[in-house]
Design a protein around this ligand. Structure first.
Ligand code: ADP
Ligand code: MG
Length: 787
């Protein structure tokens, strides 16, 4: 657009106008830029000193009148605005573009023009329909010749200018509104409790509110310099980029993360992001989870502590609802009730109780309805049928309204404790009874001895058939009976067993069963339940036989209608041996059970029972350092268990004595070494009766001297306890001198020393003193017929 001053031809003007308009339309969103362009171009086109575009305070525009643009620009246009407005006031409604000359205007306007130092001007109203949106001033038309053309041109263009101005104003107003709204939001977001970030599509951070600044310790500027992938404490840049992509794809996401603070520490957050505008703009709300996390951790910790406590507690803790159904139980409670992990929950307490116990529990529960905390003992029957006694302390549980909803119970299995207490009490009772009986029996023995001596002497003096004879006979019989009783009492009072040796309880039971089978009624079945692995115990076989006999007689007595009698052995984990006699008979009422072990306690009719059976059993078991337990319930049979310490015999006793074996052996020379003359006499008599030849020695030293002189016995019987070398020092020498010859080590007490010694050398067998002729025969048979 050059050289417009000289007769621009019509077509070129048209062309320029179109060009001009299309140019202006580019600025349609910004009234100021549009105005500036317009005024610049117009000034050139019109050849005037200045062009001003004024905008009126119309409805569509915001606020008061203002100068939209002025060309050329000047620093302050306040005065100018005032004068222009005065002109508009003087000519409020010029219908179209009008030219004013200083020379021909009214004095008012002339004064204004003077102030502005102009001589000619044009004023063009900018209207859209009836609405005047602005006025375009061309000040000082320099070329008055062309003024008509200019005015015509302005008239042509003014509707377009008006439209553009109005649109631009409208747009500006709209934008201002949007900005105001955005500002409002921003203010709101600044003050939210959550942190707030605006994120670009590339992950740049475009805005951050005060809350996030406070949380992160960064200033706003510092945050805006960061990239989204620098916020997370744990994510690598790559992971963060992947996350951003994912969030953009799904448009919105919520996740937990750990954000970094400026000081390098971190804080847990929950992020919810939404991407808008073709995923180019994201908004993220960031909630600080520190407190929530802390609360969660605290809760988890306290739960863990609670669980740990419950698990390690030595007491059973359980909860039942109002109907006595388990709703919680710790491992110890599960152990007490004999169920697997988590099996108690959902089960009813009723499952474990007999009718009477259930009644008792329900009564206690009714008390608890009044809020009473109580403690009691109760017997449960576990699923495996075992009865256990529990001590329970129960506290009622109530809900918020105070309604009873169940109980919390702390429980302890006191069965073993009670048993121990009971055993102790029994032991004390039996001990004092034993002392009493022992003292009494001792005195009684002397009294009876005196009477017996006198009565037998006088019995022999009186001729048979006389009254005195029969009197002394009766006295003698009574004394003998008394002596038997006194013997039983003495047995009961006895605290130690003499003459113990390794005894196989299995053999003992087999023997006892064989004996019983011949004597008991056919409607009683004898069962043997023997553990083949049961080792020997140190004991007195005769006393133990008597124990078994007594127990079996009691069992048979308890089963007049028939039943079963079980003889049982078991080797226990603690190395002890269990011996049990069980019957399916009448059982005992608690009162009977309480006194059954006492001497002279019997429930049997006179003449049948003596009441000494179980007391003897008890004292014998005690003398064997064993334990006795009675289990019996009325109508449910009786089990008597005895636990004996096992003998520390490493291998099977080398010889099993079978009393029924054929004992005939070939004639041998036997060296008998014993310091006791009586033994030497009686044993050599027995040996000779077995057709053996005997050489005697009174000590180990003497025996070795005989061997050194050339004695070659086929067997040696060596006493353990002798003065001098004794068995212990003789045995090695004998073994060395006579390596092949069997040696019987005879000992009064089969103590560990003798057993160890016998095991240390080959071909050595223990011979327990005192031995009967048959036992000696059997031992010989076992050794000599072995191969
Ligand atoms: P006795 O057999 O002479 O009565 P015990 O000392 O052997 O004396 O037994 C004492 C009491 O214990 C018996 O009278 C009986 O009441 C009770 N008793 C013992 N063993 C049994 C059993 N196996 N079954 C039932 N009751 C028994
Ligand atoms: Mg008896």
């Amino acid at each position: 657009m050059t050289d417009m001053h000289h007769q621009p031809d019509e077509a070129a003007v048209q062309f320029m106008i179109v060009d001009f308009l299309s140019e202006i339309l580019k600025f349609s969103e910004s009234p100021r830029e549009m105005g500036q362009y317009l005024t610049r171009q117009l000034r050139e086109l019109l050849g005037v000193r200045a062009v001003v575009m004024l905008q009126h305070g119309a409805r569509a525009a915001s606020g008061s009148p203002r100068i939209v643009a002025i060309e050329p620009k000047r620093a302050s246009s306040d005065d100018l605005l005032k004068h222009l407005l005065q002109m508009v006031d003087l000519y409020p409604e010029p219908g179209q573009a009008t030219l004013f000359l200083r020379a021909s205007v009214a004095p008012d306007l002339a004064r204004v023009m003077d102030r502005l130092c102009i001589t000619a001007m044009s004023m063009t109203p900018l209207r859209v329909g009836e609405l005047r949106v602005g006025t375009l001033f061309a000040l000082d038309h320099l070329d008055l010749q062309r003024s008509d053309d200019v005015v015509r041109l302005l008239n042509t263009l003014s509707p377009v200018f008006a439209l553009i101005l109005r649109n631009a104003l409208h747009f500006e107003a709209q934008e201002a509104k949007v900005l105001a709204q955005a500002e409002e939001y921003r203010a709101l977001l600044q003050s939210t409790l959550d942190g707030y970030l605006v994120i670009g599509g590339d992950g740049a951070i475009l805005d951050a509110n005060e809350t996030y600044q406070r949380l992160s310790g960064y200033s706003r500027e510092e945050i805006l310099a960061l990239h989204i992938n620098q916020l997370d404490a744990h994510e690598t840049r790559q992971e963060a980029a992947q996350r951003l992509d994912l969030v953009k794809q799904t448009k919105s996401a919520r996740f937990q993360a750990e954000h970094l603070r400026k000081d390098g520490s971190s804080f847990p957050v929950e992020v919810s992001t939404t991407f808008v505008h073709n995923q180019d703009l994201g908004i993220a709300f960031i909630r600080d989870l520190t407190e929530r996390k802390a609360a969660e951790t605290a809760l988890r910790d306290s739960e863990a502590h609670y669980r740990e406590l419950m698990e390690m507690l030595g007491e059973g803790v359980c909860m039942v609802d109002a109907a006595e159904t388990f709703i919680m139980a710790n491992p110890e409670a599960e152990r007490i009730f004999g169920v697997g992990h988590n099996e108690l929950i959902g089960m009813s307490l009723r499952t474990f109780l007999e009718d009477a116990e259930w009644e008792q529990v329900r009564n206690h529960t009714r008390n608890r309805l009044e809020g009473i905390k109580d403690a009691y003992e109760i017997v449960i029957r576990r699923l495996d049928g075992v009865h256990r006694t529990l001590q329970i302390t129960v506290t009622p549980r109530v809900d918020g309204q105070g309604v009873f909803i169940g109980s919390l119970a702390v429980t302890r299995d006191v069965t073993d404790e009670l048993k121990t207490k009971e055993a102790l009490r029994l032991a004390q009772k039996m001990e004092s009874l034993g002392n009493l009986a022992g003292g009494l029996a001792h005195d009684m023995n002397n009294v009876l001895g005196a009477i017996l001596g006198l009565s037998t002497t006088h019995l022999d003096l009186q001729p048979e058939g006389t009254r005195l004879h029969s009197t002394f006979e009766t006295i003698t019989k009574a004394c003998l009976r008394g002596r038997n009783m006194v013997k039983s009492l003495l047995d009961f009072a006895r605290k130690d067993m003499a003459g113990v040796r390794p005894v196989s309880l299995n053999s003992l039971l087999v023997e006892e069963a064989r004996l019983l089978e011949r004597t008991i009624p056919a409607n009683i079945a004898i069962k043997q339940d023997l553990d083949a692995g049961v080792g020997a115990i140190l004991g007195d076989p005769d006393a133990l036989s008597l124990v078994l006999m007594n127990l079996c007689v009691n069992a048979v007595d308890a089963m007049p209608e028939g039943g079963s009698l079980t003889l049982r052995t078991r080797s226990l984990l603690d190395g002890r041996v269990l011996l049990a006699v069980e019957d399916s008979g009448s059982g005992m009422a608690p009162e009977t059970l309480e006194h059954a072990l006492e001497p002279f306690f019997t429930t049997k009719p006179q003449g049948k029972g003596t009441g000494l059976g179980l007391s003897l059993v008890y004292s014998t078991v005690k003398a064997h350092h064993g334990e006795l337990s009675l289990q019996s319930r009325s109508g449910q049979g009786t089990t008597i268990e005895m636990r004996f310490p096992g003998a520390k015999v490493h291998t099977e006793p080398s010889v099993r004595i079978d009393p029924e074996a054929d004992a005939k052996t070939a004639s041998l020379r036997i060296l008998l070494v014993d310091d006791d003359e009586l033994i030497r006499q009686s044993v050599s008599a027995q040996l000779e009766a077995m057709e053996h030849r005997v050489s005697l020695a009174t000590s180990g030293e003497e025996a070795m001297a005989l061997v050194n002189l050339g004695l070659r016995p086929g067997l040696v019987i060596l006493d353990m306890n002798m003065p001098g070398w004794g068995g212990a020092h003789t045995l090695p020498r004998l073994r060395q001198a006579l390596p092949e010859v069997p040696i019987l080590l005879s000992t009064g007490r089969a103590d560990q020393r003798a057993i160890d010694l016998a095991h240390a050398y080959p071909g050595v067998t223990i011979l327990a003193k005192p031995f009967s002729f048959r036992e000696l025969q059997a031992t010989f048979a076992a050794i000599l017929l072995k191969d």
